[in-house]
Ligand binder design. Structure first.
Ligand SMILES: Cc1cc2nc3c(=O)[nH]c(=O)nc-3n(C[C@H](O)[C@H](O)[C@H](O)COP(=O)(O)OP(=O)(O)OC[C@H]3O[C@@H](n4cnc5c(N)ncnc54)[C@H](O)[C@@H]3O)c2cc1C
Length: 481
């Protein structure tokens, strides 16, 4: 019998898995392989929260394969060397994997193709595994990618992703290939206390429950911080325990304004990926430079630390940063307002914030994280790059009763209603416990510093005065254009 290797990366599922389907074609045996990539570990990307979630995913994938007569083969080391070694051990003539678009993934693919070809084997790279619509499949006239979301969404929405594939009934795996033990979540230390569980079963269960329940009100409730009314599917989409194409198909079938709004958000994921695919350097370089001279003084270091610890004195910022530490996840509205606070109000380099997010986020993803950070910092694709979110207004708008702040900032638990967003204004008897800090920055001063740094107050400045913004907080929908 002929044998194929399927190299799993961030597509840890059996449903809707084109590489697995192709590898099984013509009655072949398959070696389902996952390599614990030392390069990713060395680069510091394999942080505890994602490692623990990954362990759940691998365990679940192994169980799913065993239920189909197979098993997962796990190896550690250099992904190219390990894949070639496994292919040689199994006598496989082809390797299948999902296409990915970061600089690292492309380099990995090129190295793997060259190494396999040198051994007389072939690499097949499959589209439409990681995204609903492949980066580069849609382009505007005269460019290799869309730089503005709305026209991208229009085209994307007309383009149907492939019909989701069912999971194979049987996955015959040759007995001759050995595996390291599948890692267990319990082996990972230093995780956030309330980290979500990973795995395909969990992801599918969550999607089904979501579409039957809260999705119906997503269009009106997605920004309700206390209501926690978003899907929380992001880690499943990141690790590929859920196919983006399948999520889109099922949401469209469910129908209604809530499901439509959800599909639009999934499009943001594809949008950022197609930007990164066209401009891989944007993982750490400005997509559009604003010639920022970010703060590097000692007070900046103190501000960064206060921001990371959730001790800025701005309750909504602190609540969101503490949610991140506790869950390894943060609500989108929280991500927007904490990122704006760091990059604009404190005028700290977005890369510092992005790195901190990546050290904790279970869904931490180069395309989504770096390009959303750039979007907020105004160095990315936002058409209003100089808007600054005011954390008091954001708090009152998206946590009107203060329930989200009370949940995450126990020092303020005794403060009722919207007054919680400005604890410094409370009469002395109602002030928070002394361990809650005063604001680390005056908002007007922070805004003035940012405007000076971006040279926004020059009369009819370099941009013809267009970036003057009388109400920098007026846009209610920053991530939704
Ligand atoms: C500064 C910043 C950093 C971010 N970092 C990440 C990250 O590392 N990984 C990540 O997956 N998302 C990131 N996001 C996007 C977004 O905040 C999360 O995807 C979302 O909060 C996840 O929660 P959910 O699954 O409940 O989302 P839902 O609101 O239920 O949305 C459904 C899905 O759509 C996608 N999505 C939603 N909003 C966005 C968006 N703005 N950009 C891209 N995709 C989106 C996600 O895959 C999400 O799971 C970031 C946003 C900001 C502002």
């Amino acid at each position: 019998m002929t044998v194929s290797v399927v190299l799993f990366t961030n597509d840890l599922r059996l449903h809707d898995h084109p590489p697995l389907r192709a590898a099984l074609g013509g009655d072949r045996q398959v070696v389902p392989l996952f390599v614990r990539d030392r390069a990713i570990e060395k680069a510091g990307f394999a942080v505890p929260n994602r490692s623990a979630f990954l362990a759940d995913c691998l365990r679940d994938l192994d169980e799913g394969l065993r239920a189909r007569g197979g098993r997962l083969i796990v190896r550690s080391g250099d992904v190219v060397r390990q894949t070639c070694a496994v292919a040689a051990e199994a006598g496989a003539d082809e390797v299948h994997m999902a296409g990915e678009h970061t600089r690292y993934a492309r380099h990995r693919e090129d190295r793997l193709r060259a190494a396999l070809e040198a051994d007389g084997r072939r690499l097949y790279v499959h589209d439409g595994v990681v995204t609903a619509v492949e980066p580069g499949a849609l382009t505007p006239a005269g460019s290799d990618h869309f730089a503005v979301f709305t026209p991208y969404f229009r085209r994307w929405n007309d383009h149907r992703p492939h019909e989701p594939l069912t999971a194979p009934r049987r996955v015959p795996v040759p007995d001759t290939v050995s595996s390291e033990p599948v890692p267990a979540r319990s082996e990972v230390t230093g995780t956030s206390p309330a980290l979500a569980a990973g795995g395909e079963k969990e992801g599918r269960k969550r999607l089904t429950a979501w579409l039957r329940g809260a999705a119906t009100a997503y269009d009106t409730r997605h920004d309700d911080l206390a209501g926690d009314a978003t899907s929380r599917l992001s880690p499943h989409l990141h690790f590929g325990t859920l196919s983006a194409a399948e999520a889109v198909h099922r949401a469209r079938r469910a129908g209604g304004p809530g499901a439509e709004a959800f599909v639009r958000q999934v499009c943001w994921r594809d949008f950022h990926r197609q930007v990164l695919a066209a401009r891989p350097a944007c993982a750490d370089r400005d997509y559009r430079t604003r010639h920022d001279q970010w703060r590097t003084d000692e007070t900046a270091a103190d501000d960064i630390e206060a921001w990371k610890q959730g001790m800025t004195g701005y309750p909504i910022v602190d609540a969101a940063m503490r949610q991140l530490a506790h869950e390894g996840w943060m609500h989108n509205r929280g991500r927007l307002l904490t990122a704006s606070f760091l990059a604009k109000t404190l005028y700290v380099d977005w890369r510092i914030g992005a790195r901190h997010f990546l050290s904790l986020l279970v869904d931490g993803d180069i395309a989504n994280n770096q390009l959303n950070w750039q979007w907020v910092a105004g160095t990315g694709t936002d058409s209003r790059p100089n808007r600054v979110l005011n954390p008091v207004i954001q708090g009152k708008r998206y946590d009107p009763d203060g329930a989200y702040v009370r949940r995450w900032v126990p020092e303020l638990a005794g403060v009722e209603g919207p007054a919680i967003h400005e604890p410094w204004k409370l009469p002395p008897g109602r002030r928070p416990r002394q361990d809650y800090p005063d604001p680390i920055v005056d908002l007007a001063e922070g805004l003035a510093r940012f405007r000076r740094a971006r040279d926004l107050d020059r009369d009819r400045g370099g941009d013809g005065g267009r970036s003057r913004d009388p109400d920098p907080d007026r846009d209610r929908e920053p991530a939704r254009e």
